[in-house]
Design a protein around this ligand. Sequence first.
Ligand SMILES: [Zn+2]
Length: 321
Amino acid sequence: MIRIVSGGQTGVDRAALDAAVSRGAPVGGWCPLGRLAEDGVIPPSYPLRETPTAAYPERTRWNVRDSDATLVLACGEPAGGTALTVETADRLGRPFLVLDLLDRRNTAVTLALLWARELNIGILNVAGPRESASPGAYGLARAFMESFLDGLKKGAEPAPPGRAGPAPRFMVDRMLVRLGKYLRVMGYDAEWDAGAATGELVDRANRENRIFLTRNRRLADQHGIPDSAVLFETGNPVEQVAQLLQKMRLDPGARLFSRCIRCNVALRNIADKTLIRDRVHPAVYLRHSTFYTCPSCGTVFWKGSHVANTLRKLSPALDRA
Ligand SMILES: [Zn+2]
């Protein structure tokens, strides 16, 4: 089970620890000497260890360093200690993900689950604003972390019977290209063709045994929901992803990030990393042991960068969608 660590400050830090305890997950982390927090001394119920000094930046650095990854739950643009956490993780080359708790679209939990599963995180450092800087941060972060931990637990359960067998393949209509990209991120074969007429896409979906994804109700009715087409009411791609996974009872699991998003082709594991020595930055070459390549475009990927880059690339696109 995932272990949650934080600095024990008011707000997001304590929300993460309390949520973990409520879900039976182990907790810990570094706090400043004297168990310093803005409301005085951190209550003894939080099993934190003290750093040698009372400086907040030291415990920030140690929590980033001693965890597998850092989840930053910001309220708006990260500021103060929250911004320092982001800088620290970046400087130490540790994986991190920044999410905005004020984003009302309720998509952040889905992103965090994709990220945590891909990185196979054992120890997760959670950081964010203190309660005085962002009143209400505790409540938002607590609800977020409880959904997140419930989602992780659900994902760890074996797939329900009857869903085994080959993964479904998809054809998306021109209004759902963002969803198509997300499906590729999750390792599913998804095709689209912005230049083709809708009738051609439907024909091709039938021919290639693909499930047709559309926002066009009339078309979906003709095509026979729920067998070979899925209709989406929402225009938000991450909500579409969540609905599709739920509707089809899909669990991408090990499939995540196994496909080239540009080419829709399964990535190949590179058995001998010396083969790609000249094709990546020397620091990346030294730091990572597992690399993948796309047999179609030849791009080299490595675990960690691939997920971070993909999420970084997709998130702004989603915000504009
Ligand atoms: Zn490719």
